[in-house]
Write a protein that binds this ligand. Structure first.
Ligand code: ADP
Ligand code: MG
Length: 438
């Protein structure tokens, strides 16, 4: 592959994630050249470098990663490159009401709704329609790669269509670093001011402030100021508020003031629907049976599902071959194998013991204390649900004489699941963890 082909491949991928305006303004004029392990992007001016970095660098990095290309990025000014009519320098700059990086491809239109995410989706839509009213703050939580960041960007993109709205978008980490910088440079007043002037404050992965006292303190005051002024606050986290450790109690309670919504791993049907929508967006041809293969084998999260599709598309484009079942199986061998690894009773015992903080040996012990017997029953239940083993076989693994113990545990846990939503959620999450960790 020569430099031009490589850059064309990267551009094709960027096309899926960047708006036509950004593609035209920053990406199209670039001339790319590979020198050893560096990918040099040549552009007409220093100004251009800044723009390219701000708007596209992250995406270019992502594309390189998904294509498994380990190039370092570098930029060079090359005066011989001419711009077409649409140079960003002579375009009228749109009044900017957004502070922070919002991903334009994450919209409500391309978010697929299923039972696993419909609650969070509906809540996000409601907030995008009427910010600062009913659900304040909106707190969305769930595991990695399930669409939290997508949803809150969709809210931001929708809100950005309004006039005169000021949106600040940060990750918990970015917010924290900014605060630290402002303390170091004696600029906390400006920091405070900036955040209290916005109409909508969005913080992604708020769990990052776990254990960071001064950040929590500052965030608390910002939160109260905004909330009092009926400004919308949107937070995401990988956990519900009660599970964030080392969080000041007053913040914890505030996180639950508005609406707490969770996102669960998508069902097979939803995974199929997501895949089909991504296939459609990217304009490639992919047979239903290949979609089926991906959706059934890659169940841990949407990001991996998407990554598999991107990789497949890239290989097909690179080689000029159509995507066949054989190509899919060959190119995604690792991913498909890893995800189809069978969960064993031993895996389950180990993970459940870890989760409930008991000894692995207690999984087979006869101790009847509730704090030990209960996790054991949960492990029995999960073994029945997640493996193909019969009850007598499971009984053996728990060193029980006969299968009635398993039967009893299964009925009991199932009844509790049916009765109590929060327990049902917890168990789903635990089973999800077991599946993705083994
Ligand atoms: P999280 O923030 O929960 O870790 P992201 O929002 O980054 O996850 O989602 C990971 C990827 O999966 C993104 O590319 C996103 O567009 C995609 N994705 C997740 N859920 C959906 C969905 N329901 N419909 C379409 N794409 C989705
Ligand atoms: Mg995220």
């Amino acid at each position: 592959m020569d430099d031009l082909e490589l850059w064309t491949l990267i551009k094709n991928q960027l096309n899926n994630v960047l708006s036509p305006a950004k593609m035209g303004a920053w990406v199209e004029p670039v001339v790319a050249e590979v020198q050893d392990t560096t990918l040099i992007l040549k552009v007409p001016s220093q100004f251009f470098i800044e723009g390219l970095k701000t708007d596209c660098e992250q995406h270019i990095d992502d594309v390189l990663k998904t294509l498994n290309l380990n190039y370092l990025l570098d930029y060079q000014v090359d005066k011989s490159i001419h711009l077409g009519a649409s140079t960003p320098e002579n375009k009228t700059v749109k009044k900017n009401t957004i502070d922070g990086f919002i991903d334009e491809r994450f919209t409500f239109e391309n978010f697929v709704v299923g039972s696993s995410n419909e609650f969070s989706h509906a809540a996000s839509m409601a907030v995008a329609e009427a910010p600062g009213t009913e659900y304040n703050p909106l707190y969305i939580y769930g595991g990695v790669g399930l669409g939290k960041t997508h949803l809150i960007n969709a809210v931001a993109n929708k809100l950005a269509e309004r006039d005169n709205i000021r949106i600040a978008y940060r990750t918990g980490e970015h917010f924290t670093n900014e605060l630290i910088d402002s303390i170091r440079s004696h600029n906390t007043a400006a920091f405070r001011d900036k955040y209290r002037k916005v109409d909508v404050l969005i913080i992604d992965d708020i769990q990052f402030i776990e254990g960071k006292q001064s950040t929590q303190e500052e965030f608390f005051h910002t939160f109260d100021a905004l909330h009092k002024a009926k400004k919308q606050i949107i937070l995401t986290s990988d956990r519900k508020p009660s599970s964030i450790n080392n969080l000041a109690e007053r913040l914890r309670s505030r996180f639950s003031w508005g609406l707490v919504a969770d996102i669960q791993p998508p069902s097979f049907e939803t995974r199929m629907a997501i895949l089909k929508s991504k296939v459609e967006l990217s304009g490639i041809d992919l047979d239903d049976d290949i979609c089926f293969l991906l959706a059934s084998k890659i169940s841990s999260n949407v990001r991996e599902l998407e990554g598999a599709l991107t990789r497949l598309t890239a290989y097909a484009k690179l080689s000029g071959q159509p995507i066949t079942m054989a190509l899919a199986k060959d190119k995604l061998r690792d991913q498909l194998q890893m995800k189809s690894k069978i969960v064993t009773v031993e895996d389950i015992q180990k993970q459940v013991a870890l989760y409930y903080n008991i000894r692995l040996a207690d999984m087979k012990s006869k101790v009847r204390k509730r704090n030990i017997a209960y996790p054991r029953q949960i492990a029995m239940y999960i073994s029945k649900e997640m493996t193909k083993m019969s009850m007598p076989e499971i009984a053996e693994k728990f060193e029980k004489k006969d299968h009635t113990t398993i039967l009893y545990a299964h009925r009991k846990i199932q009844a509790e699941r049916d009765q109590e939503q929060s327990f049902d959620d917890e168990l789903s999450r635990l089973m999800f963890m077991i599946k993705s960790d083994t």
